[in-house]
Design a protein around this ligand. Structure first.
Ligand code: UN1
Length: 509
């Protein structure tokens, strides 16, 4: 085992003994071994939590909630500020662990921890800005306003591709809003989650606060289902596949609970004849191959004006040839492995199917072999010339496969861009103001994120993150996303001496 794996004293799960970790309970019948996609070496064994462990954690969270919500929001912000500081100290350790456990490049591992730090900073400011509006009452001597109260336990279900940042978006906002959290990370990346829990646990301990403010549950979809059906979980915020999101939405919907869904993307970049190609190449390539195509914001489709099509395709193929694929912990490499062998199968099957449907393979379609690639999860980023009649281009495959289309009019490009079930991120490269504004207008992109002259991936935390259609409609992270983590209360106060009814109703007794 590499030393970098255990700088957080995660002795309990690493030794497969019962839990010494707070907020993490390993009462289980099932133990799984986590192997790194980097070199296939075991990182450690972890016990999955069963229903009994789940219930214990929920009661710990319930006990912590009244204590936490009684603290003034800016004081809760102070705890989140301390967490951000602890993350600054642990950035290198945690970034390396994320990179090794998930397989993303070290730069991206550090970038992910940076996103956590940034959202903590954002949440600290927010803790003094949980504003409600005040309205003018139609009745004399009445004041009407709204206020925001905590919800209770927020259940967070996160995916393997962002093992820590997506939790931080949800938890940092939840905490300043006065909620306590129960986190089910992907069972593919439990150690990054347990490390986060350790870091936050220390902050809680230092401040004499109960550990139940933050809880981690390591489990599979059965635990996810328990969370979705449990009325004790006031809000379920789920990030992952559309299939998972539909199941969560259905189960939470049945009990009329709240959910935030951030699901699949099928993100496109339009390159118009007015684009500056020098600005476009790097964001296109990073968007398509970064994180080995396993971001929900990954660029999966490139829609190019026919006058530039051949030239841009050549440039892209040349750029792809320069990509260094290998150990993501080696900072010289651009692309690391896919998460596991199922992901490699999905990559191969999708390319095969795309070719059957009429796509032309311009580059890629190879699983790399050799001692450097012994996990068998390293694949060549792939470019396929495609057309809109191919059904496969409507599907999200979590792998570095880029479909390239040619178009003639901007309307046609926008139709291609919008004609998929997903609606997360989108971008246009154009130096022409009319084209850019058309793309941003109601007649343009139908996605939750629309960018001009930058790519589809790598959104900043300050904006609301999420998308439309099968992406689920939820918004996390910046802007006013915090409102989904609180309950709104409309209040009317009569400070006069007479009662009066709204709508002009007279009811004299
Ligand atoms: C995700 O893939 O689920 O915009 C999150 C981005 C990152 C977050 C991605 N800031 O690519």
């Amino acid at each position: 085992m590499k030393n970098l794996l255990n700088p957080f004293n995660l002795s309990a799960p690493f030794n497969n003994s019962s839990s010494g970790l707070s907020g993490w309970i390993s009462k289980s019948d099932k133990v799984i071994t986590i192997n790194s996609p980097v070199d296939n070496l075991p990182i450690g064994e972890v016990e999955l939590t069963n229903e009994e462990g789940y219930k214990t954690l929920v009661s710990k969270a319930q006990e912590a909630f009244p204590i936490w919500k009684a603290m003034p929001a800016p004081k809760r912000g102070e705890i989140v500020r301390q967490f951000g500081d602890a993350l600054r100290i642990e950035k290198e350790n945690l970034g390396k662990l994320v990179s090794y456990e998930m397989g993303k490049s070290l730069q991206e591992g550090y970038g992910e921890v940076q996103e956590m730090i940034d959202i903590c900073d954002f949440a600290v400011g927010l803790s003094r800005q949980l504003y409600g509006l005040q309205m003018h009452s139609e009745r004399p001597n009445h004041r009407m306003f709204e206020q925001w109260h905590p919800l209770g336990i927020v259940g967070i279900i996160s995916a393997f591709n962002f093992p820590v940042a997506v939790w931080a978006w949800n938890s940092a906002l939840s905490w300043v809003c006065g909620n306590v959290c129960l986190w089910k990370p992907s069972e593919k990346t439990p150690f990054s989650a347990l490390a986060c829990q350790e870091i936050f646990k220390k902050v809680l301990k230092k401040n004499n606060l109960p550990e139940g403010i933050s809880n981690v549950i390591i489990g599979d979809s059965d635990i996810g289902k328990l969370m979705a059906s449990d009325p004790n979980i006031a809000l379920v915020s789920a990030t992952g596949s559309t299939r998972m999101g539909k199941s969560v939405a259905e189960t939470v919907g049945k009990r009329l609970g709240k959910s935030i869904l951030e699901l699949g993307g099928n993100n496109a970049i339009i390159v118009t004849e007015k684009a500056d190609l020098d600005t476009a190449i790097a964001p296109i390539v990073f968007g398509a191959v970064g994180t080995a195509g396993q971001r929900c914001t990954t660029t999966r489709r490139l829609i190019v004006h026919k006058s530039l099509y051949k030239g841009l395709l050549n440039k892209l193929v040349n750029a792809y040839k320069q990509l260094r694929i290998g150990d993501p912990l080696n900072e010289n490499n651009h692309v690391g492995p896919l998460i596991d062998s199922q992901a490699v199968d999905a990559y191969l099957k999708t390319i095969n199917e795309a070719q059957k449907q009429g796509g032309n393979l311009a580059y890629g379609n190879e699983v790399l072999k050799g001692s450097e690639y012994k996990s068998n999860c390293y694949v060549k980023p792939t470019i396929i010339e495609a057309n809109i009649d191919m059904p496969i281009v409507k599907h999200e495959t979590f792998a570095p496969i880029l479909y390239v289309f040619s178009y003639e009019t901007l309307e046609e490009a926008i139709t291609i861009q919008n004609n998929v079930p997903q609606g997360l991120s989108s971008a246009i490269f154009s130096m022409n103001m009319q084209q850019a504004e058309m793309f941003l207008s109601h007649a343009g992109s139908d996605c939750g994120i629309a960018n001009v002259n930058i790519g589809t991936s790598g959104a900043e935390i300050g904006g609301a993150f999420g998308g439309e259609k099968e992406t689920g409609g939820g918004r996390e992270s910046g802007s006013d996303s915090w409102k989904a983590y609180m309950r709104r209360q409309t209040c009317t106060v009569n400070y006069g001496n007479e009662g009066s009814l709204a709508q002009g109703i007279k009811f004299n007794l």
